[in-house]
Design a protein around this ligand. Structure first.
Ligand code: DGT
Ligand code: CA
Ligand code: CA
Length: 576
């Protein structure tokens, strides 16, 4: 039982309560618990066993009711409340909740009125215009539902990187404990750190494959064994497909290269091999019958005269040409970062105080953070009112005085995430904006304006000399909301002209800028800020790896990322 499994149970409870139209506060309590649990690094099962309810209640967002359920889940694998709720709703209905643009109220309505309980039934009813007659739904809603279903299908079967990576790491850690395992690596899209993952691919070197496969197919969380053999086994683990292949030591590097992909990259490498009279496949590099390499991945690249290419670049997006010319970038790493330029505190919708966030950042080895709480328009996020600006500023000044007194080289920037409104104005007047150290502009409303209007909103914000950074520039939520229409080329040009930084938001369902946009930014000479948008101190630490992974997929080096600069150099980059 991993923390993530517990989070999944609480999310499902919240889902069902939503379908039943229950009290929003109860629903929010389960969701909050799920989000907290997801990012905990402590093992909840261990805390539950050792400290019980009392110890669990010390975790923020975990009240008595939730704590009791955690103990129950730790002991039995599930809780009665969850089982009881699941009995109340038909199987397919929960799946409908994953469709973007379709809320629980609509689902409850179409179920009660028309008995709809599957995606296919919902689609058929929308196409036959049977929904338009229901109270509160119209032709527009039908159109929206059909679009949502289309979007849902395009993501279906793919997991967010953040959902797959912890499971893959736990599989690798478990299997590593076996004496029978000599070498092990993840491969596939996961090793390339794609934003979504079709399945988890793992490679093992072992002389006793049966032991490895026995262990793999009986791991905690395995829901189904799809295939079990000495060279390949496949399971469904916590809703995600995972395969393990056992290969010979002499083939490990070749197999790692082959199964890491991408397919397009592999094809290019194989063609280079053919030109040199070599056969390159998952077993090794061969000249005629003779194996000339394949134990290590480097062998494969060396056989075609190339230096090692990091997995994140293997998409046939120019990496082979770059390798030929010895231009493979020195990709940015988490340890290069010196600050986080977008975090929230209790002053808006964050969980922690300014000082808590700062202390946590110091623990990460950072030299600065920008606490960028929301502006008033983002009401649901507890946006800052003008009255709150002075006391908040005072708290920030105090924190900075403490660091100075202690001789800690650290600075909290008084920042704001100011809403870029649909009428092109910013949510605070310039007279207020100019007093912030860092201003982060962002769109949170009216995502459906046309491309020209959306572009003008952002360009206008960049042209404001007070705005330093544009947050999550395309507004997408993976699996939930498409990016809004925007002229990215124009954004890049204006960012360059105005010296505006573009954010790469590290939240696993945002990753916005995406990998391709990062590469564009680099080519335009636009600086990228890899920020977390953390709403608590643990998130600040835990989600940054996803942003860095995306930056690496976008070819970014430390010099392309503004928050790799030390405090003094960073200040010089700010406007004004
Ligand atoms: P995914 O799982 O859809 O997120 O993407 P991948 O890239 O992990 O793809 P997957 O799991 O189907 O296969 C793993 C790797 O195996 C893939 O990246 C490249 C390699 N591979 C699979 N099929 C082929 C193929 O037909 N030709 C070549 N050259 N490579 C292949
Ligand atoms: Ca895969
Ligand atoms: Ca696979």
């Amino acid at each position: 039982m991993l923390n993530l499994d517990m989070a999944r149970i609480f999310d499902e409870i919240a889902d069902i309560l939503e379908l039943k139209g229950e009290n929003p506060f109860r629903i929010r309590a389960y969701r909050r618990a799920a989000r907290t649990i997801e990012t905990l690094t402590l093992d909840l099962k261990v805390i539950a066993e050792r400290g019980g309810v009392d110890e669990l209640r010390k975790i923020p967002g975990v009240g008595e009711g939730i704590a009791k359920k955690i103990v129950e889940i730790a002991q039995t694998g599930d809780c009665e409340k969850h089982r009881e709720l699941k009995r109340e709703v038909p199987e397919g209905l929960l799946e409908l909740l994953s469709i973007p643009r379709v809320g629980p109220k609509t689902i409850a309505k179409v179920y009660q009125e028309l008995g709809i309980k599957s995606v296919a039934e919902l689609e058929a009813a929308a196409k036959a215009h049977k929904l338009a007659g229901l109270p509160g739904l119209g032709a527009k809603a039908e159109e929206n539902i059909l679009k949502g279903i289309e979007q849902y299908r395009s993501y279906k079967g793919r997991a967010l990187l953040s959902n797959a990576l912890p499971y893959a790491e736990s599989i690798v850690n478990e299997l590593k404990k076996l004496d029978a395992v000599e070498r092990i690596t993840v491969a596939g899209s996961l090793r390339r750190m794609r934003e979504t993952i079709g399945d988890i691919d793992i490679l093992v070197v072992s002389k006793r494959p049966k032991e490895v496969m026995d262990a793999f197919t009986t791991l905690d969380g395995v829901e189904d064994v799809l295939a079990k053999g000495e060279t390949k086994s496949a399971v469904i683990i916590r809703g995600i497909n995972a395969d393990v292949r056992v290969v010979d030591a002499a083939s490990f590097g070749a197999a790692a290269h082959y199964f890491t992909g991408s397919k397009q990259h592999n094809i290019r490498i194989r063609e280079l091999g053919v030109k040199k009279g070599l056969k390159i496949n998952e077993y090794g590099v061969f000249r005629g019958e003779e194996r000339i390499g394949g134990e290590n991945e480097e062998d494969v690249f060396a056989s075609v005269g190339l230096p090692y290419i990091p997995p994140e670049l293997r998409e046939d997006r120019g990496e082979i040409e770059a390798a030929k010319e010895n231009r493979i970038p020195q990709l940015v790493e988490v340890s290069d970062l010196k600050g986080d330029l977008h975090v929230h505190t209790k002053w808006s919708d964050g969980k922690n105080s300014v000082e808590d966030m700062a202390d946590s950042a110091i623990g990460l080895g950072y030299e600065y953070i920008a606490v960028a709480d929301h502006s008033p328009a983002v009401g649901i996020a507890g946006g800052l009112t003008e009255d709150e600006l002075a006391p908040r500023r005072e708290e920030i000044v105090k924190a900075n005085e403490r660091f100075e007194a202690e001789g800690t080289q650290f600075r909290v920037f008084d920042a704001v995430e100011v809403d870029i409104k649909s009428d092109f104005s910013l949510d605070f007047p310039d007279a207020i904006l100019k007093d912030f150290d860092v201003v982060v502009g962002a769109i949170h409303t009216k995502f459906t304006q046309d491309r020209e209007t959306m572009t003008r909103r952002i360009v206008g914000a960049m042209e404001n000399p007070n705005v330093d950074i544009i947050a999550h520039p395309t507004g997408r939520l993976l699996g939930k909301r498409d990016p809004y229409e925007v002229d990215m080329e124009q954004l890049m040009e204006t960012a360059k002209e105005t010296g505006t930084i573009l954010e790469l938001n590290s939240f696993p369902d945002r990753l916005d800028l995406n990998d391709l946009h990062c590469k564009m930014a680099k080519e335009h000479g636009v600086l990228v800020a890899i920020s977390t948008d953390a709403h608590d101190a643990l998130q600040m630490r835990d989600v940054i790896r996803y942003g860095v992974a995306t930056a690496r997929r976008g070819w970014l080096e430390a010099k392309d990322v503004v928050n790799t600069r030390g405090l003094k150099d960073f200040i010089k980059v700010l406007k004004g």
